[in-house]
Design a protein around this ligand. Sequence first.
Ligand code: UD1
Length: 421
Amino acid sequence: MAKYLINPNGPLHGEVEVSGSKNAVLPIMAAALLTEGTCEILDVPVLLDVDVMCRLLRSIGSEIKEFYDHNTIEITTKTIAQEEAPNELVKKMRASILVMGPLLARTGRARIALPGGCAIGTRPIDLHLKGLKALGARIETEEGFVVASAARLYGSNIYLDSPSVGATENIMMAAALAKGMTILENAAEEPEIVDLANFLNKMGARIKGAGTDTIKIEGVKQLKGTRHSVIPDRIETGTFMLAAAITRGDICIKNVVPDHVKPVTAKLKECGVHIEDAGDGMLVDARGKALVATDLKTLPYPGFPTDIQSQFMAFLTTVQGPSLVIENVFENRYMHVNALNRMGAHIKIEGKAAMIEGGRTLRGTEVFATDLRAGAALVLAGLAAKGATEISEIFHIERGYSDFIEKLRKVGANIVRIEEL
Ligand code: UD1
């Protein structure tokens, strides 16, 4: 199993370019199943999760070509070979559930194993199923699988109990080929939803309101192939902002949409980090500053992203004063806390709340990643720690960060990937 070995190397400095968004590309790839035409997707990040989605689509019948130029992939699904997502792939990645809406809309049937992915809570799929049911699908469960079927889907009024990202995406994709109008209320408003809607509209869908809490989808008979560039990854952007902050360095981050990281920018500014628009990038400068604590709570977009909570917490252990973090989106997203405490942090958990005593000097030690973002938090802690940090179970990190090590090394980190027999 491979590990990361990090040695202290002072403040990070330089330029880094963010890749295409993981959470945008996965639903876009699934949406390519809605047409027989060829979908050309540009700025695709090189990630294990993208690889899993490629394998999943191939098993369904897609032909996928990969090009190095602009990190492009081309997906063509002339016929659906099987309406089933195999358990072996689905259990590796929760986003596999996103093929359900497209398969159902295209063939009238989808059989999907109950999904896996990061162990950050129970993560049910009831809202996905409720939405598809409202569009006329019959939902049955059998031996760990869920089967959705419908001779035809019909537009409907759907109110989501909570604004689930995945459920919004699945419903939007299925409704794109339904007969009539779907009005989806209390929808998720994440930038990745907007990117998916833009992609679907280029395919010929009629979707309005993506990015607000009410999305209107007028079903069409057929969708066609198209060409689309994936938006920059706002979670990777936030992670590099925190890499600059935790090492008290300065990094110019390229290929960013500043609006997408506003909640992270606002919180870092409260702590005393200088952030400015650098024309074609964003400059994050934490050099020579006495940084102070802040409180934060995670919320659906445009609130503070749960996917940056663990990285921000690693940073908060190093600033002066106590902080309070409230995790509202997932019920089990504090798995990085044990490892951070072993590195010298002082964090107490009580239900949704984490109390952080700031001003600690982190010490390198042997830790392991428990999920994707928890793993990223440990990398950040290792960059700021005294002594060597060894992180195992790094496949979690490689699920979601493209060229992470190379990018960190480019801004001065002393981090290597070691293969262990
Ligand atoms: C997506 C992101 C993930 C991010 C999350 C929240 C992808 C591939 N992943 O995950 O990185 O952390 O949004 O921003 O885009 N829930 C239900 N029933 C459902 C669906 C969800 O109760 O049917 C709950 C979940 O358990 C969780 C909350 O709703 O507590 C948010 O989940 P959701 O927004 O669906 O996240 P994902 O789409 O899984």
